[in-house]
Design a binder for this molecule. Structure first.
Ligand SMILES: [Zn+2]
Length: 147
């Protein structure tokens, strides 16, 4: 991906990305947006509860209010058809391991194809059947919309 300062008129950072790289980039942005929405929402609730102030920061023209409204508007369209449990499992619990390099010494989600289970572990073998675990892939995270 080209850096912003290297771009010429009419170019975007995404012009030369493969379909797979573009998809992973979009998923990273979704994860970041979901995290931003969660943090900003908690911050607003905390401000209203503890400070009892009507701060301009949270108005529709304030930075907090704008960030909250834009993230809510963007996520609203994406969340349609999925419940919060689907989203939690997909993006916070598993997709993070696929999209970002893991922290050193942290356990990762791995898959046992024999038991059909995801296991959060640093082990290389399944604790139930002793089969070799494989890395989680994006294909494992495909989800069905909730009914
Ligand atoms: Zn197993």
């Amino acid at each position: 991906m080209k850096k912003a300062r290297e771009l010429r008129w009419g170019e975007t950072p995404f012009d030369r990305m493969s379909h797979e790289d573009l998809l992973i980039h979009a998923k990273r942005m979704f994860l970041a947006l979901t995290s931003l929405h969660s943090v900003v929402s908690q911050h607003k609730v905390s401000d209203e509860h503890f400070n009892k102030l009507n701060l301009p920061y949270w108005s529709n023209d304030g930075m907090g209010g704008k960030a909250l409204n834009l993230s809510k508007r963007t996520l609203g369209k994406i969340k349609r058809g999925y419940n919060s449990d689907n989203i939690y499992r997909m993006f916070f619990r598993y997709a993070k391991d696929v999209l970002f390099e893991p922290d050193e010494n942290a356990s990762r989600w791995q898959v046992c194809d024999h038991c059909k289970m995801f296991l959060g572990t640093t082990d290389t073998a399944c604790c139930f059947c002793k089969n070799r675990l494989r890395k989680l892939t994006m294909a494992d995270l495909m989800n069905e919309p909730s009914s």
